[in-house]
Design a protein around this ligand. Structure first.
Ligand code: ADP
Ligand code: MG
Length: 362
């Protein structure tokens, strides 16, 4: 169980005649022994570059990476005991499943020979753990994407890595496979206690798998916290927008003592007691309810209602407010488009962000 620390890690791609690409800007992050940290962010925000620097496949422009207190940035990849599974599997087509898994042992074969006797036994043991024992002789071309993904994972863990790096490991799987593989992955990680970073652009995947989530945007880590913390207590507008499905409602307004004014004659109470200029009020659909007109914060009209069996989603237009508001309701709401729908917002679960900087106002 190794402990990883990134200290102000930066990566700038420079090429002649092209503008510099600031892929990673001073990222600091700690991953504790046995912990699974989800590195979550939109495409192009610098997740893979961060992972490649940890694995030693990319040089740092600045900063330091420490594994168990020792800097590893000057070690070549094969001298870092790090298992990596990338999105595209990178399996060798002419090799069988067993040979592909065994490939993960090459870099450190001597240590494993001493410790375990032989590679074949080790490959078999890992294959059994990951559900590949029956297809050890198969060729990669004959495998499903779920199986290929497992082979890549088996190859990454076969050498008992100090650190496991997974880049979008579930992205090529269909919904059903993704669910099973996600559960298996979590089980394997917990059982073996690998310190793990899992890169994903899928917030649901990060929230369901990770002990802690690091939310990344444009080369910067915006927030690190447990799934509950990033969901219930977002540090800025980016995190608020990116985490949660259906997305948080975000309404433009002005902060006044005790309320956000959305339009003349239309203010929503909040717990903040000072004023500030332009703000964005954020409230999740589950914290908006349809209520009696005399108890409502916002009078509105139903635009669409979607019944999703376990709950419903009502999209409501509020006159004077630019954005439509989505409320999560009990299933089977008996309102039709065009009907009045009065909304109440959960005051303790409403967030206020500075409109200019996106910073949360507390
Ligand atoms: P993510 O994995 O989050 O989608 P990446 O780390 O792959 O993002 O990329 C971050 C940024 O760095 C992107 O703008 C990407 O185009 C750029 N980038 C990645 N690799 C290179 C490279 N070898 N040369 C130039 N730019 C690169
Ligand atoms: Mg990537």
């Amino acid at each position: 169980m190794s402990y990883l620390a990134l200290r102000a890690v930066r990566k700038v791609f420079r090429a002649k005649g092209r503008p510099d690409v600031f892929a990673v800007r001073d990222v600091s992050l700690e991953v504790h022994g046995g912990e699974l940290v989800g590195l979550l962010g939109p495409s192009g925000c610098g997740k893979s570059t961060t992972l490649r620097m940890i694995a030693g496949l990319e040089q740092l422009t600045a900063g330091d990476i420490r594994l168990d207190g020792r800097s590893i940035v000057d070690l070549p990849p094969q001298r870092r005991n790090i298992g990596v599974a990338f999105e595209n599997y990178a399996l060798y087509p002419p090799l069988t499943v067993a040979e592909n898994i065994e490939f993960g042992l090459r870099a450190r074969s001597s240590r494993l020979r001493d410790r375990r006797g032989n590679r074949e036994a080790r490959v078999r043991e890992v294959a059994e753990r990951i559900g590949l024992a029956d297809i050890l002789d198969a060729m990669p071309a004959s495998l499903s994407s779920g199986q290929k993904q497992r082979v890549a994972l088996a190859r990454a863990v076969v050498r008992e890595p100090d650190l496991l790096l997974l880049d979008e490991p579930l992205s090529h799987l269909d919904a059903a496979q993704r669910d099973t593989t996600r559960r298996e992955l979590r089980h394997l990680q917990q059982e073996s206690g690998y310190t793990t970073i899992l890169v994903t652009h899928d917030q649901e995947e990060a929230l369901s798998l990770a002990d802690r989530v690091a939310v990344m945007d444009d080369g910067v880590v915006r927030q690190v916290g447990t799934p509950d913390q990033v969901y219930d207590d977002p540090t800025d507008l980016f995190v608020a927008r990116f985490v949660g499905e259906p997305a948080m409602n975000l309404l433009d307004g002005n902060l006044e003592p005790g309320a956000v004014r959305l339009a003349p004659g239309l203010a929503v109470p909040v717990t903040l007691t000072h004023s500030r200029g332009r703000v964005v009020l954020g409230v999740r659909p589950e914290d908006v309810s349809i209520t009696e007109p005399d108890r409502a914060d916002l009078p509105g009209v139903l635009v669409v209602y979607e019944d999703l069996l376990e709950f419903g989603l009502a999209t409501v237009e509020v006159s004077g407010v630019d954005s439509r508001v989505v409320a999560q309701t009990a299933p089977g709401l008996r309102l039709r488009p065009g009907d009045p729908a009065s909304l109440a917002l959960h005051r303790d679960r409403s967030f206020v962000f500075d409109a200019a900087t996106g910073e949360r106002i507390r």
